[in-house]
Design a binder for this molecule. Sequence first.
Ligand SMILES: [Mg+2]
Length: 374
Amino acid sequence: MKITRIETFRLRIALVPERRMVSALGHHDVSHYCLVRVQTNGAMEGVGEATVTPRWSGETAWSAQAAIEQLFAPRLLGVDVRDIDQIERCLDAAAVGNPFAKAAVEMACWDICGKAAGRPVYELLGGPCRGQRVACRFSLGAYRPDRAARIAADRVAAGFSTIKIKVGGQPDEDVARVRAVRQAVGPNVELLVDANGGWDAATAIQTLHALDDCRLALVEQPVPRGDIGGMAQVRRAIDLPVMADESCFEPFDLIELIRNEACDVVSLYPGKQGGLRRAYEMAQLAEQHGVACSIGSNLEWDIATAAMGHLVLAHRNMQVERYPGDMLGPVYHDQRVVRQPIAIEGPLVTVPDGAGLGIDADWPTIARLASNRQ
Ligand SMILES: [Mg+2]
């Protein structure tokens, strides 16, 4: 099953208006993707998705396309898709960084491996460790307090029991938003905050203390991504679990977080980690050091959401029961590009159990939507 062809498709898809995201990173109204189609000499093919946000990983649909076509494909043609070691070596030898572009290619290879074996990817990774229906948290943008409260109450009525509130801006506005949400949802809903690195350590500590009465369950990425010392300082000063997200891309990032005792939980997902296998190995490493993991998101579509689901099912340290994660990206968008979209009802995402990633890419629609010639 040697790789014979790698095609890329750039797509740009709007979020449905009521799901447009606001965070310390700015506004997110449109998502950009680079989809990958990998073909082999065994007539098998697989699909992958690079979910790209320049403010997040520095990648764009154009840069992912160029990396895949000009840097990765020449090294990968002729490589056996089952040899994930060799595929990782080729990707890493071609370029540093570019995790979402690398993950797109790697997940397409897993898709082919699963289809060839007639088994879902989570089984090839050693799972399943949990049931196929995974409960997620709802991620609430940094809206004005009244709007935040209204949406939170609506989502709780729709079945969500965990709400993540975006903060990391002006502390008084952050406090007002969180208070309004707590008041709207009552005492029994789990609330947590994600600052997306928007605070410094002193502001984080002060603001989180000001929110003591809101009984938060967790704080995600209180300080900028490179400030591992600041994250450790926040963790020592407050009585809340700290989750690392932007601070944890590469395996060495995780090692630094562990060495500095900077977090209790790490948000992992195939795109950010540069592949399913690397994300799985990082979940393993975290477990050895008593650090829990959950599933994070960059507003993926069905393809990369399926890959995230396979990771969640495959590793027991993806502790989504205790720390619900984010896998709701597909329903944020006004288009789906697979024939049987992933089932998402309220907070519950059903991980596909078909062979490979378990999704069926709608190539005619993808080709129609692709902006390759623009
Ligand atoms: Mg986050």
